[in-house]
Design a protein around this ligand. Structure first.
Ligand code: 1HE
Length: 280
C-alpha cells in the first residue's frame, strides 16, 4: 500500500495513502487513514507524518491529529518487524523519533483526537501531541511486552513524564489497559467527550490555540518543556528571558491594551474548565 499521492486540500505535499490532510483556514487536520489495518503505522506513514509536520505552511497555526475508522491507531505495523535485523531496528526507531520530534517540537501545537484503540505506537504518537481529546471509546495499552518487543517511538521518554514510570511499567509488564475515564484520571487525556464528539472538540481547541499570540504558543511548546527538565536556577533564568521576549512583542502590547481598554474578554471559569482568552 501507500504509494505516494498528492493530498490536495490546500497542501502541496506528497503524502502516502495512509494519511489524509485537510486545511480549514488556519487549522490543519491530519488523519491516519488506514482503517483496514486499524491505522497501524508502517514506514511510509511515519515518513509521511514527518513530511507533513516539517513542511507545514506558515499560515497554519494549529494541527488536529485524528484517526479514521473504529480505532485511532493500533501502533507499529507488526508485519514489518518480521524482516528487520538489529541494525535496521535501531534505524527504524530513530526514524520514529525524528518524525515525532517534528510533532512535539515542530512549528505549531498539535491536538490529538483519540478513540478506540490507542495502543503501542499509537499511544506514543498521541504522547508527542500537546493536547489530547479522548472519546468515550478510547482505551490505552502498551502490548509491546506481550509481543516480545519494546517501545521505539519515544514512549519511554514521553510516557513516564505523562503518567509516571510505575504506571508505564505496569502497562508493559502486565498488559494492563486503561479505559477512557481511567485515562482521563491518570492524565493521558486532557478532555473526555462522548463518542463521535472528538473531532469537533479537537477543532474547537485548535481554533482557540490558533487565536493565541504566536510567541506565547512558541514559548509554551518550545520553552516550557525545556524549563521543566532543567534545574531550578536555569529554569528561572530561562523563564525571565522568554517572559521578557513575549511581553516585548507587538502582539502582546496590543492584547494588553485591549484588556485595559475593556475590549477583551475577562478570564472566567467556563464549563469546560479552561479560561476564556483574548482574541482580537
Ligand atoms: C495490524 C495491526 C498492527 C491490526 N500491525 N497489522 N500493536 C498491537 O499489538 C495491536 C495489534 N492490533 C490489535 O490488537 C487489534 O487489531 C485491534 C484491537 C487494534 C483492533 O481489533 P479489530 O478486531 O478491530 O481488528 P483486527 O481484525 O485485529 O485487524 C484488522 C486488520 O488489521 C488485520 O489484518 P487482515 O489482513 O487480517 O485484515 C490485522 O492483522 C491488521 N492489524 N493491527 C499490522 N499493529 C515504534 S515501536 C511501537 C511498538 C508497537 O506499536 S507494539 C504494538 C503493536
Amino acid at each position: 500500500m501507500s504509494a505516494a499521492t498528492s493530498s490536495g486540500n490546500g497542501f502541496d505535499l506528497q503524502l502516502p495513502r495512509s494519511l489524509k490532510a485537510e486545511r480549514r483556514d488556519d487549522i490543519a487536520i491530519l488523519s491516519l487513514a488506514r482503517a483496514e489495518k486499524r491505522n497501524a503505522i508502517d514506514d511510509p506513514t511515519v515518513l509521511g507524518i514527518e513530511t507533513f509536520f516539517a513542511a507545514l505552511p506558515d499560515g497554519i497555526k494549529a494541527v488536529v491529529l485524528a484517526g479514521e475508522g473504529e480505532h485511532f491507531c493500533s501502533g507499529l505495523d507488526l508485519g514489518e518487524l518480521t524482516h528487520r535485523d538489529v541494525a535496521a531496528g535501531i534505524a527504524h526507531s530513530r526514524v520514529w523519533h525524528r518524525a515525532f520530534e517534528h510533532i512535539e517540537f515542530g512549528k505549531v501545537p498539535v491536538v490529538a483526537v483519540l478513540h478506540g484503540a490507542v495502543v503501542g505506537g499509537g499511544l506514543e504518537v498521541a504522547a508527542a501531541c500537546h493536547i489530547r481529546v479522548a472519546e468515550a471509546s478510547a482505551y490505552y495499552a502498551l502490548p509491546e511486552g506481550s509481543r516480545g518487543i519494546f517501545v521505539g517511538g519515544g514512549g519511554s521518554v514521553r510516557l513516564p513524564r505523562l503518567i509516571g514510570t510505575a504506571r508505564m511499567m505496569d502497562m508493559m509488564l502486565t498488559g494492563r489497559t486503561y479505559d477512557a475515564e481511567e485515562g482521563q484520571a491518570i492524565g493521558i487525556s486532557h478532555y473526555l467527550v462522548a463518542r463521535g464528539a472528538g473531532l469537533a472538540k479537537g477543532i474547537e481547541l485548535a481554533q482557540r490555540i490558533a487565536g493565541n499570540a504566536p510567541m506565547t504558543n512558541f514559548a509554551v511548546m518550545q520553552v516550557l518543556p525545556r524549563i521543566a527538565e532543567s534545574d531550578r536556577a536555569s529554569g528561572y533564568l530561562t523563564e525571565s528571558l522568554i517572559a521578557a521576549i513575549a511581553q516585548g512583542d507587538d502582539e502582546a502590547k496590543s492584547r494588553l491594551k485591549a484588556f485595559l481598554e475593556k475590549r477583551a474578554p475577562k478570564t472566567v471559569h467556563t464549563k469546560t474548565a479552561h479560561t476564556k482568552t483574548t482574541r482580537n
